[in-house]
Design a protein. Structure first.
Length: 666
């Protein structure tokens, strides 16, 4: 566990670990799933490893990412979806990949990160700001890449089983590497019947306290990976993953009378949130100067949402009750070619193609289809002038083509076509790296990045309150950042960044565009009308107090301004966030104490807020044998009644206990 915490500090650019630790952390990483810009001078990447996930008992991707500076965890309360903001950018602008393959939902560009468990991952990599153009389009705020593991020994068995307040979790991962072939299979389940509210929660008309009503979730997955390395110059792999989720959406309990759910609560359940992926990956060293990487994939998303009459979740007779079905898929691929012009210069180019198909209908209605093709071509280059200076640059052309866009009229019960629409965008980026001495870096980056409007942005009626706008243009941003990393200070390692983003053509809702004479109300429309500025700073430090004790702290300040209409607030990101930890490590006992502070944050554009909070957690790990550990702990020790979104209280004091089994046969 001590090694895991050292690796966290490395993630923040704070600690230069021993070579043995680097080897241990990197050996099981599925390198075909990485999208690496350059080896010597990496981008602004933060990383969470499997050891860190286990040490801090982070069961899903959202809570794991929340450990990092510059990242804010939020909760879309009405949908019970866990979201992440990277330096203020949401998941539409910071897409999610698994092993370099995009997995965000075609309809709205979001993905519920609570549905992605961490049991099968080797690490999570985050690029902040404009990510490398090698990832493809829509990365204006960065990227999140979930990288799986692969076996390196003749037999590897990793298993865990645990109890937590309101639920349980189990996972099994078995792998084998025999000469040129490796095979791995995994299965896991995370079930929570409820979460308990703080004793300080005051009962309301929709929630009586104790066990939070309709707060269940059930997530399980299985998958396999088959790889072949005929020699040291070539590697290829095929993989398959299948995950199924179901969840309830707890009802609004707040006091904001302007919130529509104050008077009309939603009684929603999601019996299906299922994803299925098949992929092929390869990497070939063509000669001493060049390499070729390929990715081909098919990803399917099945989603069912049920809206009920009331809290019994038994009938669907009222006008607002419905059952909605999504049947989406994405297929695509990319090719990357790299060439070393000479020892100081590396050139890379990538071409991406992706087709997104969204099919939806409510029960009793015909299915309608919306489909897009997206194409991207980009090139990057790095030149190292000497041991002190290096320069990176990149550019990409992105193009989105509308294939199908069907519109359903519920009054006439007919399907017609929206007008076709196409869009293009240019991305460009540069970075200067200065290393005055080994272990001390300064990096300045500037990026012009874009995001295409999603299917929902262009075609949604937003439950009858808006009119579509198929001709929406891409958002764009200019990201500027300066980063300083220092590992030469005695017993203290430091990482600091300042950043600024100027966003134009922001897609936002414009009120009172068209008057609906039938409904006798004004309708809104999504338009490219907004300008915004995000700016802030991150600082992280780790202190090696003595042999047995290590401490760490990271702090993030983010300010987001609506430049056109300051009265419309940006939501879900606190201006101040801090995480600290203290680690004690003995031969067979590890103790961890960690705390988190979040300032208040807006939950609505008109000013409703979720108040600030401080949480404290503690855990312990006992090493029974070389292959068996016991872990236990308590989260939210002070039983704080806190919220990430106004009206949606989070979990009170809760406990967990776990057995971890790790067996390796060489």
């Amino acid at each position: 566990m001590h090694k895991a915490l050292l690796s966290i500090a490395l993630t923040m650019g704070l600690i230069a670990p021993a070579a043995a630790q680097v080897k241990q952390d990197s050996s099981r990483v599925f390198t075909l799933g990485e999208v690496v810009s350059y080896g010597r001078h990496t981008d602004s990447v933060s990383t969470i490893t499997l050891n860190q996930v286990q040490s801090f008992h982070r069961l899903n991707v959202a809570t794991a990412l929340n450990l990092l500076p510059g990242i804010s965890q939020s909760n879309v309360g009405p949908r019970n979806e866990s979201m992440i903001y990277v330096r203020g950018f949401d998941l539409r602008q910071t897409p999610v990949f698994i092993d370099g393959i995009p997995v965000y939902v075609p309809y709205d560009g979001y993905v519920d990160l609570a549905r992605f468990t961490t049991f099968n991952l080797s690490k999570i990599a985050v690029e902040k700001g404009g990510a490398s153009v090698l990832y493809g389009p829509n990365t204006m705020g960065g990227v999140i890449n979930l990288i799986s593991s692969k076996p390196v020994h003749t037999l590897e068995i990793n298993a865990s089983a645990g109890w937590l307040t309101g639920g349980h979790e189990e996972a099994l991962n078995i792998g084998s590497r025999l000469n040129k072939v490796y095979l791995q299979g995994d299965i896991s389940r995370y079930q929570r019947d409820y979460y308990n509210l703080s004793k300080d929660f005051q009962p309301t008309k929709t929630e009586d306290g104790g066990q939070r009503n309709n707060s269940y979730n059930n997530d399980w997955r299985y998958g396999f990976k088959l790889g072949f390395t005929p020699n040291s110059r070539h590697e290829l792999a095929i993989g398959y993953s299948h995950q199924e989720g179901s969840k309830g959406t707890p009802v609004y309990t707040g006091t904001d009378t302007l919130n529509s759910q104050y008077k009309s609560p939603r009684y929603w359940q999601w019996p299906k949130w299922n994803k299925e992926s098949v992929y092929f990956l390869s990497n070939s060293t063509l000669n001493d100067h060049s390499h070729l990487k390929t990715r081909l994939y098919y990803d399917r998303f099945i989603n069912v949402l049920k809206s009920f009459d009331d809290a019994t979740y038994a009938t669907q007779k009222k006008p607002y009750a419905f059952t909605s079905y999504y049947n989406d898929y994405t297929l695509g691929g990319n090719i990357e070619y790299g060439y070393t012009l000479f020892s100081a210069n590396q050139l890379k180019a990538a071409v991406h193609f992706k087709q997104d198909v969204h099919r939806e209908h409510n029960e009793g209605e015909p299915e309608r289809k919306v489909a897009d093709n997206t194409f991207s071509a980009g090139v990057t280059d790095q030149h190292s002038f000497n041991t002190h200076w290096a320069l990176q640059g990149g550019a990409a052309f992105n193009y989105r083509q509308s294939l199908d866009a069907q519109n359903y009229n519920s009054q006439t019960k007919t399907i017609t076509d929206f007008p076709s629409n196409n869009s293009h965008a240019i991305n460009a980026q540069t970075k200067v790296i200065y290393t005055p001495v080994a272990g001390r870096d300064f990096r300045f980056s500037a990026d012009r990045m874009t995001r295409f409007a999603t299917i929902k942005d262009r075609y949604s009626y937003r439950l009858g309150t808006a009119i579509p706008n198929p001709n929406l243009q891409p958002e764009n941003t200019l990201n500027v950042a300066l980063q300083y990393t220092d590992t030469r200070i005695r017993k203290v390692n430091l990482d600091a960044s300042i950043f600024y983003s100027h966003i134009q053509d922001v897609i936002q809702n414009v009120n009172n565009v068209v008057y609906d004479t039938t409904k006798r109300q004004w309708l809104s429309q999504a338009q490219n009308k907004g300008r915004a500025a995000y700016y802030g700073a991150e600082i992280a430090a780790t202190w090696h107090i003595c042999t047995a004790f290590t401490g760490g702290l990271n702090y993030t300040f983010i300010k987001r301004k609506n430049l056109d209409n300051p009265n419309i607030r940006f939501t879900d990101v606190p201006e101040h966030k801090a995480i600290g930890w203290l680690q004690y490590d003995a031969s067979r006992l590890s103790l961890l104490l960690n705390g988190e502070y979040n300032a208040n944050r807006y939950s609505s554009s008109y000013g409703a807020k979720a108040p600030s909070f401080f949480l404290l957690h503690a855990s312990a790990v006992v090493q029974l044998t070389n292959w068996l550990k016991l872990q236990g702990g308590v989260n939210n020790i002070f039983d704080k009644n806190y919220m990430l979104t106004e009206g949606y209280p989070e979990q009170g004091r809760n406990y967990f206990a776990k057995v971890l089994f790790n067996y390796t046969y060489f």
